[in-house]
Design a protein around this ligand. Structure first.
Ligand SMILES: Cc1cc2nc3c(=O)[nH]c(=O)nc-3n(C[C@H](O)[C@H](O)[C@H](O)COP(=O)(O)OP(=O)(O)OC[C@H]3O[C@@H](n4cnc5c(N)ncnc54)[C@H](O)[C@@H]3O)c2cc1C
Length: 477
């Protein structure tokens, strides 16, 4: 067996000989009892061994596949040399949140998918290694963000999700003063209010926020920007530029009979009530959420997987996902879906809900569906589901969650004169630099791209910060 505890560089053959091992995870029976992270940390020895499996490919397809284009081979080489802090430094050059991305990125569809060792389904575990290095660095140093020389410029950031936080981090390092306006009672956006704790412990987001505060960022929570506090008011307050990272927070609905029944939830309410501290929630969401034994989740994205896994942790014994296409068309992360399945969720494909049935108390008790077949591809290239007349069947449900996707809140765009919007209500902005139709307003993240990933939102926040910096440093009359 190759000795991978030595720091001597291995040749390609020796690296190939190090066998693949599944990433460490808590056993199903144990993890279903709580909302603690599923993924277990790598030990230093396991991390060195795993990093030594990297073939250090000159073309590094993993780097291309990473939305942040992080120098993954460079970081893995540092881990291999036991220089864990050096590895974290490499990730930090391109990522503002590698502790978070290491945990929540769909690596199996990005860097690990591109890894040449994935040809035999034995990719290097880039995600677990990023988490390992970033966690080691956070234990070593509580604060990473070092403010640049003060420029005297003030930037208002609207929204504290990955896009807003990454933009803030970069602007601080460039010497600008940032204030983050957030409509919710806690910062973090979907990192806190969407993604459940079994994927991302909230303390990790809290450390990043603490780091930003320590570096001088201020947060104005419970402060929605829009009709009552318009963006132009922020300029009147003295801000020199504004970044909009308002995400897509409005859950899509479904117009079918029975939708008014009790026990049918939007995913933001469902996930927040199970995963977020009650003091951060509106009072209507603070009570216990009765799930019952049978839960149905409608939809096929990351949100659906998270709702399925949350329902299982609440003790539901029959948890079913209804999706109107087949698994091949499902948009969510494959790994999350596998974990949901492993934990007991049942997937029912080609099923189109047409009616919710209620009991005498006005509570949902079943979902009536039609079977579907797939037709021609739609505008996005996904084959369209065609419901089959007369194929009705029902699935019992005491709780239903509508995980049908999210759209933008029209208020922010509608309240800014001269800000061009896309026809679907998203903000129109240059994807490369965040520029909008108003020179002093920049935008990024899901509010521009539509629902996407933490890493893509983070990257767009960083890119926008570069152009805000340029804008602020350019002399004007
Ligand atoms: C349930 C769920 C699970 C997910 N799982 C994953 C995953 O595993 N991996 C992954 O990569 N991605 C995942 N995503 C997607 C990811 O969370 C988002 O793509 C990402 O958070 C988008 O970042 P953002 O900063 O653009 O927006 P958000 O995170 O949505 O943050 C926007 C912030 O702006 C605030 N805001 C909105 N309007 C205003 C206003 N007018 N004034 C002030 N503040 C305002 C909101 O309150 C929010 O805090 C998931 C999403 C959901 C919903």
């Amino acid at each position: 067996m190759t000795d991978v505890t030595s720091t001597a560089m291995l040749d390609r053959k020796a690296r190939m000989r190090i066998p693949y091992e599944e990433p460490p995870e808590r056993p199903v029976a144990e993890r279903l009892k709580d909302f603690t992270e599923t993924q277990l940390p790598l030990t230093p020895q396991r991390a060195i061994r795993e990093a030594s499996r990297c073939l250090q490919c000159p073309l590094a397809p993993c780097v291309k596949a990473c939305p942040a284009h992080s120098d993954i081979p460079g970081a893995l080489r540092k881990i291999e040399e036991s220089d864990f802090l050096g590895a974290a430094d490499i990730y930090r050059q391109t990522s503002s949140m590698s502790q978070i991305c290491g945990r929540v990125c769909p690596h199996e569809q990005l860097c690990q998918c591109a890894c040449v060792r994935n040809k035999t389904h034995e990719p290097v575990l880039c995600g677990a290694l990023e988490t390992f290095a970033a966690d080691a660095a956070r234990v070593h140093d509580r604060f990473f963000i070092h403010p640049g020389s003060p420029t005297g410029k003030h930037v208002a950031i609207v929204g504290s999700g990955p896009a807003g936080l990454a933009c803030a981090e970069q602007l601080i390092t460039q010497g600008h003063q940032v204030e983050i306006f957030e409509s919710a009672a806690a910062p973090g956006g979907m990192l806190v209010f969407g993604i459940p704790s079994f994927k991302l412990d909230k303390s990790i987001v809290e450390s990043m926020v603490e780091d930003l505060r320590h570096a001088g960022a201020t947060f104005r929570l419970n402060t929605p920007i829009g009709k009552d506090l318009p963006v132009d008011h922020l300029f009147a307050e003295g801000f020199h530029a504004v970044f909009l990272g308002t995400g897509t927070s409005i859950p899509s609905g479904i117009k079918i009979p029975g939708i008014e029944l009790r026990g049918i939830y939007a995913p933001n309410e469902f996930l927040a009530r199970l995963n977020v501290r009650p003091e951060y929630l509106p009072s209507a969401w603070q009570g216990r959420l009765p799930i019952g034994q049978k839960a149905v989740v409608i939809g096929g994205g990351d949100t659906a997987s998270d709702c399925l896994r949350s329902a299982l942790r609440m003790g539901a014994s029959e948890v079913t996902c209804l999706y109107r296409r087949t698994e091949a068309e499902m948009p969510g992360g494959i790994k999350d879906r596998e974990l949901a399945r492993e934990e007991g969720a049942v997937f029912h494909f080609l099923a189109q809900p047409v009616r919710f049935l209620g009991d005498t108390d006005g509570r949902v008790c079943a979902v009536e569906c039609l079977k579907c077949e797939l037709g021609e591809p739609d505008m996005e290239g996904r084959r369209r589901p065609i419901p089959l007349e007369g194929s009705n069947f029902t699935v019992e449900a005491e709780t239903v969650v509508l995980a049908l996707g999210y759209g933008p809140d029209p208020e922010i765009g509608g309240s800014i004169p001269g800000l061009e919007m896309q026809s679907n209500g998203l903000i129109r902005a240059d994807r490369q630099n965040g520029a909008t139709s108003r020179p002093e307003i920049f935008a990024g993240g899901d509010a521009v791209s539509g629902p996407d990933l933490v890493s893509t939102a983070m990257v767009s926040g960083r890119r926008a910060a570069q152009s805000i910096d340029l804008f602020l440093r350019t002399p004007r009359d």
